[in-house]
Design a protein around this ligand. Structure first.
Ligand code: FE2
Ligand code: FE2
Length: 490
């Protein structure tokens, strides 16, 4: 129903007819509906890559509009005059805790007092124009503060500037406008069209998504540093590639493999350790490499070779990020289960390997500037941004997915691994050939991120949910529970 409705409305907008949505409070369903409308309008114009940026900017505008209305409800309720400077200062001190504590009754209050928010989307000559209106005028103090924030925001060049200035204020109050301006500027949409106006009846914020986007190359010092670092990384050792080729041969001799593996003592130790681990059922302790390879199988051996080679290089060059590897291991475990569950057994070893490596770029990014990565992740969660890669792009100029891709290409890893790494946050970019592998990696990764409280069901790409028949949230949750129980039981 929602699906159909948003398709209908997006078509209207594309055809030049304005569309208006009205609501009192931005419930999860309403935000989801607005996002699905936005993505359909964007994809109808080949602008899907702007999805997260537009979504985030729009969300900031909506949250502010609802907040402004809620403020009026609060002042009325406690008999204070919002236009009185003293009352305003006094009221604002209590307002923050009020909206947190009274969220449920607030929805009713907004409705009963006739406070509403309108979103208007229309096609203009230059681009799509998005207006967000709420039916309360700004008071002088608000007007001044907003003006000050917009002026200040235009001076920020990158994310760390903003964060240094206002990032640590608890509610992230001052972050909305600077983030909006930075997003518009660095995405190429331009911050000039962004405005906030108010008359005697209402307040309106607006921006334009231009048809012709001037793509901006965000170049930062960190980005240059990262590119140099990746350039200087050594290649994967030759014997790993040789072993990989051997594994792929039909008539491979285990003897020969065991001999080659034994050249590298730590690799040999890892193979032995894996064959004796809980994942493989054996009656006795495995002591020889030959037996160990028989037990774990060629597919697992191959995955192990690449991962060990990759990890060794990364561990030598960067700080060790145990959490990232732990996350990758879990993602890989989920990925294999998902593949098996959806009868994609033919790709289960590939999704396993791709998932083990999917966050390679994160290690490089963390090593280069751990603090910045931490700040970006924090903001993404706080501002409910679909994926932190977008903030990485607009603030650093490169995301951890793209860094990972550079490394994978340098190491001449198979194309499916390169794609899974590059698109694990943007699966719709996958080639038809590797789509399932990328989708499974994406799904497995996001399941882990949900557990880490960094993602939400409602941010999922529709196409992936449809592919795995998980468009119903209850079905999705049941599926997730099944997987996490298996993980705990291993
Ligand atoms: Fe990632
Ligand atoms: Fe990840």
């Amino acid at each position: 129903m929602t699906h159909q409705k948003s398709s209908e409305l997006s078509q209207k907008v594309i055809n030049g007819e304005p569309v208006k949505l009205t609501f009192h409070y931005h419930s999860r369903d309403i935000v989801r509906f607005i996002n699905s409308l936005v993505i359909k309008i964007l994809s109808g114009n080949d602008m899907s890559y702007l999805q997260t940026i537009v979504e985030t900017v729009l969300r900031e505008m909506i949250v502010n509009a609802v907040k402004a209305n809620s403020k009026r409800v609060f002042f009325q309720k406690f008999g204070m005059d919002i236009n009185d400077a003293n009352d305003y200062l006094l009221g604002m001190e209590k307002f923050k805790s009020f909206i947190i504590e009274n969220q449920d009754s607030l929805v009713t209050d907004l409705k009963e007092n006739g406070y509403k928010v309108e979103i208007i989307v229309k096609k203009g000559e230059q681009g799509f124009r998005i207006l967000v209106r709420n039916n309360s005028p700004l008071v002088q103090a608000e007007r001044e503060r907003i003006q000050m924030r917009i002026e200040k925001a235009r001076q920020y060049n990158d994310f760390s500037d903003i964060y240094m200035d206002i990032g640590d204020d608890e509610e992230g109050e001052g972050l909305g406008i600077p983030l909006t301006i930075l997003f518009l500027k660095n995405s190429g949409m331009g911050d000039n069209s962004f405005s906030i106006q108010s008359n005697a009846e209402l307040t309106q914020s607006a921006f334009t998504i231009p048809f012709n986007i001037q793509s901006i190359d965000v170049k930062t010092q960190i980005q240059n540093q990262i590119v140099d670092t990746v350039d200087e990384l050594p290649s994967l050792p030759e014997y790993i590639n040789e072993l990989e080729a051997l594994c792929a041969k039909k008539d491979v001799s285990i003897m020969e493999l065991a001999e080659k593996v034994s050249i590298d003592p730590s690799l040999a130790a890892s193979v032995l350790r894996l064959s004796n681990s809980g994942g493989f059922i054996t009656a006795r302790r495995i002591e020889s490499l030959h037996d160990a390879i028989m037990i774990i199988g060629l597919k697992n051996l191959k995955a192990m070779l690449v991962t060990i080679g990759a990890r060794r290089i990364l561990d030598e060059h960067f700080a060790e990020f145990k959490d990232v590897w732990k996350h990758c291991n879990k993602t890989a475990f989920y990925a294999r289960l998902i593949a098996e569950k959806f009868r994609l057994n033919s790709i289960s070893d590939r999704v396993y390997l791709a998932s083990l490596l999917h966050d390679l770029g994160k290690i490089v990014l963390l090593s280069t500037d751990a603090k910045l990565v931490q700040q970006i992740a924090e903001i993404a969660v706080k501002r409910k941004i679909r994926t932190s890669t977008v903030i990485e792009e607009v603030s650093i100029g490169i995301s951890h997915s793209s860094i990972g891709r550079m490394i994978a290409e340098k190491w001449k890893l198979s194309s499916y691994i390169v794609e899974a790494i590059a698109y694990h946050h943007s699966p719709s970019k996958a080639s038809a050939e590797n789509r399932d592998i990328v989708y499974v990696t994406y799904l497995a990764n996001k399941l882990c991120l949900i557990e880490e409280k960094k993602f939400d069901y409602f941010f999922f790409e529709d196409s992936v949910l449809e592919r795995f028949k998980l468009t119903d949230e209850d079905t999705f949750n049941a599926f997730h529970k099944q997987l996490s129980e298996k993980y705990l039981a291993q």
